[in-house]
Design a protein around this ligand. Structure first.
Ligand code: C2E
Ligand code: SIN
Ligand code: SIN
Ligand code: FE
Length: 396
């Protein structure tokens, strides 16, 4: 237990936690960080987080020093994640979420008879754990709304024996919980903004093509394959993140190709194919001139995804490493998906045949490094294909 008389020390500690929380943007890592910091702050053996969702509380994260460090089956613990509690005063977390009160419980198995909440022992029984003390506080944002509950379980003394949570910790943990609430809300808003951003990109890119084929599924598959191959190539998560947003825009220049060419049911004449080729230049024109790295990358891909490694592609006939790396990457998933899909001008090839055609084009159409990464991840490629083929949701 921390020395409660050392207030300056505690405030410094809280301050450091606040800074750490506000700089973590990834929701799952943030939830883990909150539990880790809160547990270490009060020397708690375990902790769990609940977030409000609709009329319930979702059990979203848990840590348990005793169980996590032991040899026991962690699956039993993990089974509980994602489960729902009703927003009612019958459970401890529910009570805190509804009333906004702090509960500081000495022994979960011996609650005073007059209280409305009770402790559910199923988790303890399945995991051979014994919950004694619980400090449950609301996750309240500054506007007053409660977005969830933080539960700290089994305060430990120096001998690692369970004791009660000292009363003076209640205020401090509440303060930590408000910082956590703000960080969680921000991370969720950021996720929503990113999702809306991605949605916008897909809608615009889809609008550019409106083929009778399902363009959106094509875009999702090409983007999925691109991410798998990029991972295999060892690109950083930042680069992979950029490609996730940039790759769907590779054909946005088809917006400027006449319908008579874009939607032609049969083979294109040489003149029509010349018109079609301009979609690379038109795409670059649409995407150029932005300060945003995302659009710079998207422009580069739109311009270069039909260049070929041996210099016979378009629009410029660039060769080998003259072709921007991201363009060399996206070229492969784009063709692989075109080959394995039915088009107005061609039937779909079976996957095995398409893979052979790609292998055959190594060093000709495609960068051999990219082909190798593709061939080394065929299983994941197939998984992406299955996933996207099943989830053909229509948004326009
Ligand atoms: P797309 O249908 O998305 O095809 C992308 C690329 O996949 C093609 O780029 C080509 O490199 C490859 N690809 C597609 N189908 C086949 C195929 O059957 N065999 C082989 N070996 N490769 C294939 P490409 O050729 O530069 O075409 C760019 C876009 O032009 C195509 O995008 C499509 O929208 C259009 N297009 C190409 N040929 C025809 C055609 O004969 N008729 C029509 N209506 N459109 C065509
Ligand atoms: C890029 O396309 O921005 C990467 C340049 C390269 O590694 O070729
Ligand atoms: C083409 O441009 O249609 C041929 C694609 C390839 O080289 O595989
Ligand atoms: Fe294209």
């Amino acid at each position: 237990m921390k020395n409660l008389n050392d207030f300056t020390g505690l405030l410094h500690h809280l301050n450091r936690i606040g800074i750490a929380l506000s700089s973590e943007k990834d929701l799952n890592r943030l939830l883990d960080l909150i539990l880790r910091e809160a547990r270490s702050f009060v020397q708690a053996d375990a902790g769990s987080l609940f977030l409000k969702q609709g009329e319930g509380l979702i059990f979203i994260a848990a840590q348990n020093e005793t169980l996590d460090s032991g040899e026991r089956d962690k699956k039993v613990q993990a089974n509980y994640l994602g489960s729902f509690l009703p927003l009612s005063k019958e459970s401890i977390a529910g009570y805190v979420a509804v009333t906004g009160e702090v509960l500081n419980i000495l022994d979960a198995y011996h609650l005073p008879p007059e209280v409305s909440y009770r402790f559910f022992r199923t988790f303890d029984e399945e995991n051979h754990y014994r919950t004694f003390s619980i400090l449950a506080v609301p996750l309240r944002i500054p506007e007053g709304e409660i977005i969830g509950v933080l539960q700290l379980i089994n305060a430990l003394n120096e001998k690692k024996e369970p004791i009660s949570f000292h009363e003076s910790f209640e205020e401090l943990v509440c303060s930590l919980a408000s910082q956590a609430a703000v960080a969680i809300r921000n991370a969720m808003l950021l996720e929503e903004i990113q999702q809306a951003h991605l949605d916008t990109i897909f809608r615009l890119s889809k609008a550019a093509e409106y083929r009778d084929e399902d363009t959106e599924v094509h875009l999702r598959r090409v983007t999925g394959y691109t991410m798998v191959i990029s991972g295999k190539l060892g690109l950083s998560s930042e680069e992979i993140g950029l490609l996730k947003y940039a790759a769907p825009m590779h054909d946005i220049g088809k917006l400027g190709v006449p319908d008579s060419v874009l939607l032609k049911p049969g083979k294109l004449t040489p003149e029509e194919f010349e018109q079609m080729k301009r979609h690379t230049l038109i795409g670059a024109k649409i995407l150029e001139g932005s300060d945003q790295k995302l659009f710079q990358v998207a422009k580069e891909i739109a311009l270069s995804h039909h260049e070929k490694f041996n210099g016979t592609g378009y629009p410029y006939g660039l060769k080998g490493e003259e072709i921007p790396f991201y363009g060399r990457i996206v070229a492969l998933p784009d063709v692989f998906d075109a080959l394995t899909s039915k088009r107005v001008y061609k039937p779909a090839f079976p996957v095995e045949q398409a893979v052979e055609m790609i292998r055959e084009e190594s060093g000709k159409h495609f960068d051999p490094v990219v082909v190798k990464a593709f061939l080394d991840s065929l299983e994941e490629i197939q998984q992406v294909k299955n996933r996207e083929d099943q989830s053909s949701v229509t948004i326009i």
